[in-house]
Design a protein around this ligand. Structure first.
Ligand SMILES: *Cc1c(COP(=O)(O)O)cnc(C)c1O
Length: 458
């Protein structure tokens, strides 16, 4: 007999009711939101796949850890507990907490980038690129070409192309590079992992050039799960050992704890570079708070320390990533064009193939996200020309190759039957795709425009 699939390694202790608005109310809600899913009231949403950021369900142990938070302004016990967890799980001796990931990015960019320096990244992330450009840095994409092709089935589409880095160094010299800012499970490429072999090779190269590696470790553990199941030599390792090896190649990390770490708010910088640590501590007090809380409550740090240990439980991480894989498989079986292979935290619908009659000038992914809401109250997010923003030099739209709608799965929140419903909703939209029209942008904020831009149907 075939072994039954192992179910989620937890059971449900508390529930939150959700409701599906009738079609007319959904039409009104999307109009009021300016056809931007970031501008909904969450009450108007039935299944919320906007993001996996800060939307995880905490465990009973995390909730009880909140009660023992030490809210001392300075030197809180909760800080030292978090520091200990960071040492154990990530292997960095020095910790600077921040209220969330972008604050860690802001401090890192301000301290580590000289105006005009390049910062190579494997593709880009919205807030990371914003902060590196604010610090006067120049973004350089060093991801392999396959990452820009939604149908290329490379198992590690987050890999760095060393050729591209070599060319940059040949043209401008190693001193023109501030550091490599690499992300595991590259969000904008569809949640695509890099391999340990690739990181090892990049680290060897970077050491020769004397260029530090800073990882955006937000989804490092989900990447480690892919290494475990796809890369030779890791299949028998407990998941807990893999992040330690990954981090050993990095000088520092910036981190949004709202993802892997299973909490609703939090972030940090962790490093083995004592000078950077000193400087970050001195800077965090200006923007965030004292260096032993950095914009967090003591209880937030307690919940993070517990979440960090839960995320490296083998049964948990398998259940997490495999749920996303099954969801992607079901969408494929329904004929929906998605980015392959399926990533670790989300499934990305390929809006270019879904709506081939719409040009990127009329924001096909933005339009598709609106239609998915209208069809069944499901909230998703645009990751295409709106998210890519404008080129700071020319002021023109950046036209990314990928024009995607992201269906992001919060951790431990939805069951497979919620996701089966979402597949039906997507199928419904796909059946009437020829009648879907584009949008025009009627309001555009000066930065990170995707959060607040407003649209009208054409
Ligand atoms: C979410 C995220 C960030 C920013 O973190 P916040 O906590 O939202 O400020 C940075 N990098 C990546 C890869 C992310 O997914």
């Amino acid at each position: 007999m075939k072994r039954a699939r192992i179910p989620e390694p937890y059971k449900i202790k508390m529930v939150e009711h959700i409701r599906l608005l009738p079609p007319e109310a959904r039409r009104q809600a999307i109009q009021e939101a300016g056809y931007n899913t970031f501008l909904f009231r969450s009450e108007d949403v039935f299944i919320d796949l906007l993001t996996d950021s800060g939307t995880s369900a905490m465990s009973d142990r995390q909730w009880s850890a909140l009660m023992v938070g030490d809210e001392a302004y300075a030197g809180a016990r909760s800080f030292y507990r978090l520091e200990e967890a960071v040492r154990e799980i990530y292997g960095f001796p020095y910790l600077v907490p921040t209220h969330q990931g972008r604050a860690a990015e802001h401090i890192t960019a301000q301290l580590r980038i000289k105006p005009g320096q390049f910062v190579p990244m494997n593709m880009y992330f919205t807030t990371t690129r914003e902060h590196l450009e604010r610090a006067g840095g120049v973004f350089f994409d060093c991801i392999i070409d396959e990452a820009h092709d939604p149908q290329a089935r490379h198992p590690f589409k987050g890999n760095v192309d060393l050729e591209k880095l070599d060319r940059l160094v040949r043209e401008h010299g190693p001193d023109s590079i501030a550091f490599l800012w690499l992300a595991p499970c590259v969000n904008m490429a569809g949640g695509q992992p890099f391999s340990m072999a690739n990181l090892r090779e990049v680290a060897r190269w970077a050491k020769d050039q004397n260029i530090p590696i800073i990882l955006d470790a937000t989804r490092a553990v989900e990447n480690c799960y892919f290494i475990k199941v796809r890369e030779e030599g890791y299949e028998d390792k407990p998941i807990k050992e893999i992040p330690l090896e990954m981090m050993s190649y990095a000088e520092s990390i910036t981190m949004s704890a709202k993802k892997d770490n299973l909490v609703n708010i939090g972030g940090f910088i962790a490093t083995r570079n004592q000078d950077f640590f000193q400087a970050a501590r001195a800077t965090v007090v200006v923007f965030e708070g004292l260096h032993t809380y950095g914009g967090l409550a003591g209880r937030d740090m307690e919940a993070m320390a517990v979440g960090m240990r839960e995320m490296v439980d083998d049964a948990y991480i398998e259940s997490r990533v495999e749920q996303v894989q099954r969801f992607g498989q079901a969408l494929l079986e329904a004929g929906i064009p998605i980015v392959e292979p399926v990533g670790g935290h989300a499934v990305f619908i390929d809006a270019k193939r879904f709506l081939p009659h719409l040009s990127q000038d009329v924001f096909p992914a933005q339009a598709l996200a609106a239609e998915i809401y209208l069809e069944g109250g499901v909230r998703s997010m645009e990751r295409g020309v709106v998210s890519a923003g404008r080129d700071p030099k020319t002021g023109k739209h950046r036209y990314p190759k990928l024009e995607l709608v992201r269906l992001t799965i919060p951790r431990r929140v939805y069951t497979d039957s919620h996701l089966a419903y979402v597949v039906d909703v997507c199928r419904g939209v796909y059946e009437r795709r020829d009648g879907i029209r584009g949008l025009e942008m009627v309001y555009e904020p000066p930065q990170l425009r995707f959060f607040q831009a407003r649209f009208q149907p054409l």
